[in-house]
Design a protein around this ligand. Structure first.
Ligand SMILES: [Zn+2]
Length: 135
């Protein structure tokens, strides 16, 4: 496959998949908020600094970017052509760390939901999933 992306497009794509206040996270936040739930953000005292924490319900929502967290979808199966070893190492480390964090959280009595970046496009479905989780 030929890499048709220009350098500018590539850096744009990369900047979109970096962490932080990414768009999918904002969408999930406002969804949770619209359901009337109160939450805390990125609690540093919990494994993995979970994106959305509902202390009263002992529930946690992670919003994972498909690329970084190697989701089993078309976005998670992108293999960068440059520095591919670097990206692959980073991504497999991330997957291992995610699994460790979620295990530790569950052991501490937290219920954990992972929302994937690609799921945020289907808002009605997502609402159902989040509603089901928060009960
Ligand atoms: Zn995905």
């Amino acid at each position: 496959m030929v890499d048709v992306h220009t350098k500018e497009q590539r850096s744009f794509n990369m900047s979109r998949i970096r962490g932080g206040d990414t768009k999918p996270e904002m969408i999930v936040r406002s969804l949770v908020h619209s359901m009337g739930f109160r939450y805390r953000l990125h609690r540093k005292d919990l494994p993995g600094k979970p994106d959305i924490v509902l202390p009263r319900h002992k529930k946690i929502i992670f919003v994972h970017g498909c690329f970084w967290h190697s989701h089993n979808c078309k976005y998670g199966k992108v293999f960068p052509k440059t520095n591919s070893d670097f990206w692959e190492n980073k991504r497999s480390e991330t997957v291992l760390r995610d699994a460790r964090n979620i295990k530790a959280l569950r052991a501490g009595g937290w219920e954990v939901l992972v929302v994937w970046g690609c799921e945020v496009c289907c808002l009605e479905e997502l609402r159902g999933v989040v509603e089901g989780f928060l009960g």
